[in-house]
Write a protein that binds this ligand. Structure first.
Ligand SMILES: O=C(O)C[C@@H](Cc1ccccc1)[C@H](O)SCc1ccccc1
Ligand SMILES: [Zn+2]
Length: 157
């Protein structure tokens, strides 16, 4: 696996919708997942979306860990979510700090749904549904926005 270049905010790919993955089992997709993970780790991120590494595909990796702004964030093994679909979002929202690997040196408070239910394919092709809340739900919403060409500054009130 190799560290991939990360698209900056002015790159068109970050402002257009990504395409569903047709076959998760191909070597190219499996390699992309490995490359996204090492890229995320090298950048000290807690999430990454395929368009950020110039791949217009509906793939995100969620990797919450405690950090200075979220000291009580859960430490989790990175989860690759392919073709994620948010099935439900709570009306309850909360505001919290966000940053973005594609928008360096920028932090802002963003309002997000506190809880959500998501359906996605794992890297082995199983369909999974799960409920998340708090910081992990925030990361998921941030990453799913990337798949629709939305960057967090567009979410500011
Ligand atoms: O650019 C990205 O998508 C990754 C962001 C994910 C993120 C989502 C929501 C809230 C904060 C970050 C990067 O992880 S930015 C680096 C970072 C890490 C921990 C806390 C804040 C920012
Ligand atoms: Zn981002």
């Amino acid at each position: 696996p190799r560290i991939l270049p990360i698209a900056a905010a002015d790159e068109p790919i970050l402002h257009q919708p990504a395409h569903a993955v047709a076959d998760v089992s191909t070597p190219a997709i499996q390699r992309l997942l490995d490359d996204m993970l090492v890229t995320l780790q090298a950048a000290n991120g807690v999430g990454i979306a395929a368009p950020q590494v110039f791949a217009p595909l509906r793939i995100i990796i969620v990797a919450s860990r405690p950090n200075p702004r979220y000291p009580d964030a859960p430490l989790m093994s990175p989860i690759a979510m392919l073709n994620p679909e948010i099935l439900w979002q709570s009306d309850t929202t909360c505001s919290g700090w966000e940053g973005c690997l594609s928008v360096p040196d920028t932090r802002a408070q963003v309002k997000r749904a506190e809880r959500l239910r998501i359906s996605y394919l794992t890297r082995t092709g199983e369909r999974v549904e799960a409920t998340y809340s708090g910081f992990v739900a925030r990361i998921i919403q941030h990453e799913c926005d990337h798949l629709d060409g939305i960057l967090f500054p567009e979410r500011l009130e």
